[in-house]
Design a protein around this ligand. Structure first.
Ligand SMILES: Cc1cc2nc3c(=O)[nH]c(=O)nc-3n(C[C@H](O)[C@H](O)[C@H](O)COP(=O)(O)OP(=O)(O)OC[C@H]3O[C@@H](n4cnc5c(N)ncnc54)[C@H](O)[C@@H]3O)c2cc1C
Length: 368
């Protein structure tokens, strides 16, 4: 039976970042993944490193997000150095375009509220002329925007690939097609059943996205996550016109334009719907009229991994110490913190006090 210091269940962006973060510190790590049959948020996401609106009403989440954005350049550097994969991080700041004075006032109010709750992240309100100075192609309907200098974007597929490569480079094992069906706590450690294989780990992280709900009770944890669909529209490659991140549109390093941000409660259906895609395109055409001539080359739907309040869950099992829960719906944004701050804490066997507010106890759910 293979024995590891740490077994991470779930090879998406959350599990991948934690597994690499632990392996780089010298731990022997196995990353067990269901493989290509799985619902994988990591394969269908938008690629933002987004700080501007994260943690409204929950300062610890705002602080954690900010920390991750600040750690991102170190993560990017490590990925390039260790794997040769450039994950295409750009952090020129992020814009939220507004199409009416009311919308701009409401965004400005949100920025003020977040500043008062969580401290400054440098968010500023820009008028039309200031927006145009940054992004000359915006249309006349844009009245202004909020701008946060910490926002950015990256290539999420390259990040996933780089994390898996870096894990292997640090001596860890990425084991696909290993659907975990049972976890048995044994003192000390855990026995994990994956297909016909049994592995033991001194510590264990459940980071299995939407699969976490069923696995968590096996080690006295609760991870009440559910799917929330987002659809994405991608155009042909265009000349560079948008370097900044925005929450609904971004131009990739290759020139394709991604548009998205629908939020649909449709269970495990990851399909697409023309009326939703049309709304996504219409909103972005109002901001960038020149896109009317661009061809759409791809659309998809993917399922976010949502907790009841939208904030992450990080927790160590009280009943079975050494077993940890980790999930969020911002796996790109939080990759820096997961790899460089959360993984070392898990290896050390205790989460810092600053992560206590992320316990699932806030939902008043009883672990089975
Ligand atoms: C449309 C959309 C847009 C998004 N945009 C952004 C964005 O701009 N910025 C951002 O930060 N985040 C974004 N996200 C969220 C981001 O993609 C997720 O936070 C991240 O991918 C979650 O990663 P994960 O590892 O928790 O889950 P997943 O990527 O879903 O990975 C979970 C993994 O667990 C494995 N698994 C499940 N059950 C088992 C089992 N029993 N045994 C073994 N393995 C198992 C699966 O194989 C899967 O690979 C977006 C998501 C969507 C859907």
């Amino acid at each position: 039976m293979a024995a590891y210091d740490l077994i991470v269940i779930g090879g998406g962006l959350v599990g991948g970042a934690i597994a690499w973060g632990a392996a780089r510190l010298g731990a022997s790590v196995a990353l067990l993944d269901e493989g290509d049959v799985a619902h994988r948020a990591a394969r269908g996401n938008f690629g933002l490193v987004w700080v501007q609106t994260k943690g409204a009403g929950m300062p610890p989440y705002a602080h954690w997000t900010r920390r991750s954005a600040e750690l991102w350049p170190e993560l990017q550097h490590a990925m390039t150095e260790r794997t040769g994969v450039d994950v295409a991080l750009r952090q020129p700041g992020g814009l939220m375009f507004c199409l009416s004075d009311e919308e701009l006032e409401s965004r400005a109010e949100q920025a003020r509220r977040m500043h008062n709750e969580s401290g400054g992240i440098g968010t500023r309100v820009l008028d039309r002329a200031e927006v145009r100075a940054l992004v000359p192609m915006v249309g006349d309907r844009v009245v202004g925007a909020t701008f946060c200098p910490l926002d950015g974007h990256a290539n999420p597929l390259k990040l996933l690939r780089a994390l898996h490569h870096a894990l292997a480079g640090a001596g860890g094992a990425y084991l696909p097609n290993r659907t975990v069906t049972a976890i048995t706590p044994q003192a000390p450690g855990f026995v994990v059943q994956a297909g016909g294989e049994r592995l033991t780990g001194a510590k264990l992280v459940i980071a299995a996205g939407l699969g976490s709900r069923d696995l968590a009770p096996m080690v006295g944890l609760a991870m009440p996550v559910s799917p929330l669909r987002g659809q994405i529209v991608v155009t042909e490659r265009l000349r560079p016109f948008l370097d900044h991140a925005t929450h609904v549109i971004r131009q990739t390093e290759e020139g394709g334009v991604m548009m998205g941000d629908s939020h649909e409660e449709v269970g495990f259906d990851n399909g697409t719907l023309v009326p939703v895609l049309r709304d996504i395109a219409a909103r972005n055409l109002a901001v960038f009229p020149h896109l009317r001539d661009a061809s759409v080359v791809r659309v998809w739907g993917a399922l976010r991994v949502m907790t009841p309040d939208g904030h992450p869950i990080y927790q160590q099992s009280e009943r079975h110490p050494g077993a940890f829960a980790a999930t969020c719906h911002s796996g790109v944004t939080l990759a820096g913190a997961h790899a460089l701050a959360l993984a070392p804490a898990i290896l050390a066997g205790a989460l810092p006090e600053s992560l206590a507010p992320f316990s699932a106890a806030r939902f008043h759910v009883q672990p089975a």
